[in-house]
Ligand binder design. Structure first.
Ligand code: EPU
Length: 423
């Protein structure tokens, strides 16, 4: 069951509830090993990256149980684990376990991380930060080995406001002796969520959500109960599904302020946007107009919405430019959108999109998570039948995508790879 078959050309309308945030949940699932005792996470998104992460935690002695949308994780009996490279490579955030494991156990080893194929994605900021906290890290035959006689607080300046490095180092510093300051920290909502989670465990973190975060080290952290906030990226994708199909879609259980980069761009493109206290609605009665989009660290336009917005602009009136500044090769969607009749060419890091009146169905292949989402959106707008293959990438970050789109009036079904022709 590795493809979506979509009968496109139908405006989507209705309301969709957005599940918990994958990226917030994954960061928390690294930090959870810092706590002794049981943690209960509510509103956990049922996506494959979270399931893989849960399996990884078990390798380090955590007791993990799913309880109807909640995850029960007990890290009391934490141990040195031997995580297999396949599991670790499957998700980028495996690596964010290194610092917290060092904080709890004094030593840890982890194979090099993986994640979506969207660029080189080095971990140098993470290593440099952990070394400043007093860890000794070495890389040997594809595995990082770390050890410490006790982490100590430090001042860490990030060369770029990396979301992952900010999360990893903020969590690692909670059990360090003394104070840590992270300068040029990322300010994504997921950083604030992680700080809230850690503080509930007993950490002392201030400034999360600003570019300077201070962490006062504490002796120990305990398990806690915590609700994962909603996923701004799944939310944004459904808003774009409304826009690309000239429909009227409302997303609920969201923070409208975390969608402002996208909603302002949609307004600029001519869509109507309505914001409630925990909902956003996008109505696109007419064809969108071409716009320019440039990805930036939060609160700028999110790189994760770059590929989906390119799909929407493929049918806009005029020539749009979408510039990717965060990842050097988040471009796997471009040749596939062109197979659906889009006219997109790449100039350096910019996609030059000459809007076409309509896309037409074809068989296309997802190359990564958000490329897969972009292709599903394009398939919803395209006339005729579109098959999106390799949707295991989509499963990484979208909970029950077909079901939610069907509720909005889409015709989309999951089919086995054998039911599609080979390309
Ligand atoms: N970077 C370095 N060195 C480092 C770390 C990052 O050079 O040690 C660079 C990266 O190569 C990239 C930039 O810094 O050019 C930003 O990367 P960042 O560390 O912020 O990204 P990340 O933490 O690896 C998370 C999300 C991504 C999302 C980015 C940007 C998770 C699991 N992943 O990745 O989400 O695109 O932040 O917001 O939280 C997705 O959900 O589809 C996804 C890829």
């Amino acid at each position: 069951m590795n493809a979506y078959r979509i009968e496109g050309g139908r405006p989507l309308a209705g309301s969709v509830e957005v599940p918990g945030s994958k990226n917030a949940c994954l960061a928390i699932m690294s930090a959870v090993v810092l706590g002794e005792g049981a943690t209960i996470l509510n509103n956990v998104p049922d996506v494959s990256d979270v399931r893989i992460k849960a399996r990884l935690l078990e390798k380090f002695g955590a007791r993990v149980e799913w309880r109807e949308g909640s995850l029960f994780i007990d890290c009391t009996e934490l141990k040195q684990g031997d995580a297999d490279p396949e599991t670790v490579r499957a998700i980028r955030t495996s690596f964010y376990l290194l610092g917290p494991l060092l904080g709890r156990l004094g030593s840890a080893k982890l194979p090099v991380p993986g994640g979506c194929n969207i660029g080189a994605r080095p971990v140098d900021f993470h290593i440099k930060g952990l070394e400043l906290l007093g860890a000794k890290i070495k890389l040997d035959e594809g595995t990082y080995f770390g050890r410490t006689d006790g982490l100590v607080g430090s001042e860490i300046y990030l060369d770029f406001p990396s979301a992952g490095a900010t999360q990893h180092l903020m969590a690692s510093a909670t059990l360090a002796q003394g104070n840590t300051t992270i300068l040029n920290a990322a300010v994504e909502p997921e950083i604030v969520t992680l700080a809230d989670f850690l503080n509930r465990m007993g950490a002392r973190i201030e400034g999360a959500g600003t570019s300077t975060i201070t962490i006062q080290g504490v002796e120990r952290l305990d398990g806690c109960e915590f609700r994962i906030p909603s996923d701004r990226l799944q939310g944004g994708t459904y808003l774009l599904a409304g826009a690309i199909t000239r429909g009227d879609v409302e997303v609920t259980n969201v923070y409208p302020e975390s969608q402002t980069a996208l909603t302002n761009k949609l307004r600029e493109a001519g869509a109507d946007v309505y914001e409630g206290s925990d909902s956003v609605r996008v109505r696109a009665a007419k064809r969108l107009k071409a716009i320019k989009v440039k990805t930036m660290p939060y609160p700028g336009f999110p790189t994760d919405m770059q590929q989906p917005v390119a799909a929407a602009l493929a049918v806009a009136d005029g020539t749009s430019v979408v510039e990717e500044t965060i990842y050097e090769s988040r471009i796997g969607h471009i040749p596939e959108l062109n197979r659906l009749g889009a006219k997109i060419r790449l100039e350096g890091r910019s996609a030059i999109i000459t809007g076409v009146e309509r896309l037409s169905g074809a068989e296309v292949e997802a190359s990564d998570l958000r490329a897969g989402a972009a292709l599903c959106l394009a398939g919803l707008a395209a006339e005729g039948e579109t098959t999106v293959r390799n949707v295991h990438f989509v499963d990484r970050g979208y909970e029950r995508l077909a079901e939610k789109l069907t509720a909005l009036g889409a015709r989309i079904e999951r089919v086995g790879a054998g039911q599609t022709s080979s390309r």
